[in-house]
Design a binder for this molecule. Structure first.
Ligand code: SF4
Length: 427
């Protein structure tokens, strides 16, 4: 959307206080995301009343999910844009600039169906050294707790040629780490027309990205356990561009719960995921996500989950307490777990994970590892994915040379600070 706006002659304001039009792009898949969306919309509306702002536009999943119902709830909002309408953003912004413009609602009926390629020149909000490359929209899976397929529609891959163009443009503008994302990147291409008699898949795409010119690495995030193929792991083991890092959300380890989550087909793959990936890709970093308090989860189930987390020893782990989402199967299941119990279990998971992390992190002190500088004084190791993991704070002399953003430096890990490291650049 920012790319479309800029291409149409709009300038991007550095802060909402400086903007004539405020665009609030929203998330809506769990309650905390909706609360954040509502707070930001209200903040934008109050700036419209008191500040320079003349119009507020709300886009993204919150607008898509609740559509017309939001009109009455937020009278200060001038336009609502559904997911399939994001390429109309510049038209909408322009119409709101004209005097007497009426309220605009562009939420196409039915599930989103489109895929978008951002307009060039490449634009990113991640600070220069890294970028996300979104290879598909929507989701093929139907996890019983998840509202995402209903909000964002069926899985649809972007064309490989478009992705290569976008990747090339990002690398040409200095990006050194491409983070390949989708709800499940492993299924890239399943919906595309067969190419030369066979469907192209994630490994074909990664091979084509590998072949691009330039100095950059590739990180693939969010891989559904049973869709990770040997060929993908082989790519990760052998490609010089591959960052050896797998984010494999397991959600739970008790078969009856995984079945109730509609992830029953992935039980064996879920339980074997950590061992299998480590055996195939030596030195790999593993991240996962688990959910506590899913309906029917007993204290015994939870103890089993904790024991498996201790056994699997993921490098990074995030835990969520179950949130009953309207319109999902899980919200209607019997034996809902009280919120307080789900939250207590979540905290217990994080307590266990903290001690796993600490022992892993302490063992890394003294190692010399490559790190990508992503901001002044801040770098990320291969084992640190953007936004979700910690960072490595660079220890340098104040009057000495400072590594530049986008540079890859070797750092000696000197200390662990919470979930971050401190590291000193070495020759
Ligand atoms: S894989 Fe499951 S949890 Fe993830 S987006 Fe798809 S339906 Fe939701």
């Amino acid at each position: 959307m920012a790319g479309h706006l800029r291409k149409s002659g709009f300038a991007l304001a550095p802060h909402p206080d400086d903007a004539d039009i405020i665009l609030v792009n929203t998330c809506a898949f769990i309650e905390s995301a909706r609360e954040e969306a509502v707070a930001e919309i209200l903040r934008a509306c109050s700036l419209k009343e008191s500040g320079r702002c003349k119009a507020v536009i709300v886009s993204g999943c919150f607008a898509q999910r609740y559509g017309d119902a939001l009109k009455g709830q937020f009278p200060g909002v001038d336009a609502f844009l559904g997911i399939d309408a994001i390429d109309r953003i510049a038209d909408v912004a322009r119409s709101l600039q004209s005097a007497g413009a009426r309220r605009v609602v562009r939420i196409p009926r039915g599930s989103p169906r489109k895929v978008f390629s951002p307009p060039e020149p490449a634009l990113r909000f991640t600070g220069g050294a890294f970028a996300y490359l979104k290879i598909a929209e929507g989701c093929v899976h139907r996890c019983s707790y998840c509202a995402i397929p209903a909000i964002r529609g069926a899985f649809r891959s972007r064309r490989m040629a478009d992705l290569l163009d976008e990747a090339r443009a990002l690398v040409d503008t200095g990006v050194r780490e491409l983070n390949v994302i989708a709800q499940d990147p492993m299924l890239y291409g399943v919906d595309l027309d067969p190419v030369r008699g066979r469907r192209c898949g994630i490994v074909d795409l990664l091979g084509a990205l590998d072949a691009l010119e330039g100095d950059f690495r590739i990180r693939v995030l969010y891989s559904y356990p049973s869709e990770i193929t040997d060929a993908f792991l082989e790519w990760m083991r052998t490609s010089p561009r591959a960052i050896r890092y797998v984010d494999v959300p397991i959600q739970h380890t008790v078969p009856s719960i995984l079945k109730a989550m509609a992830r029953g087909g992935a039980v064996a793959a879920t339980l074997a995921a950590a061992d299998r990936i480590r055996a195939a890709v030596p030195g790999v970093t593993l991240r996962t996500t688990v959910m506590t308090g899913f309906p029917g989860e007993t204290e015994g189930d939870f103890k089993r989950l904790l024991a498996d987390i201790r056994r699997m020893r993921f490098d990074h782990l995030g835990a969520f307490a179950f949130s009953p989402e309207e319109g999902t199967v899980a919200a209607e299941l019997d034996r809902q777990v009280p919120r307080g119990t789900a939250e207590r279990r979540r905290q217990e998971v994080m307590r266990v994970q903290r001690s796993i992390w600490r022992s892993r992190a302490k063992a890394m002190v003294g190692e010399v590892l490559p790190a990508l500088v992503v901001a002044p004084g801040v770098a990320r190791l291969e084992s640190q994915a953007p936004d979700v993991d910690g960072v490595t704070l660079l220890v340098t002399q104040a009057d000495g040379p400072q590594p530049a953003v986008g540079e890859t430096v070797k750092v000696r890990i000197e200390a662990v600070k919470g979930y971050d490291f401190e590291g000193r650049p070495v020759k």
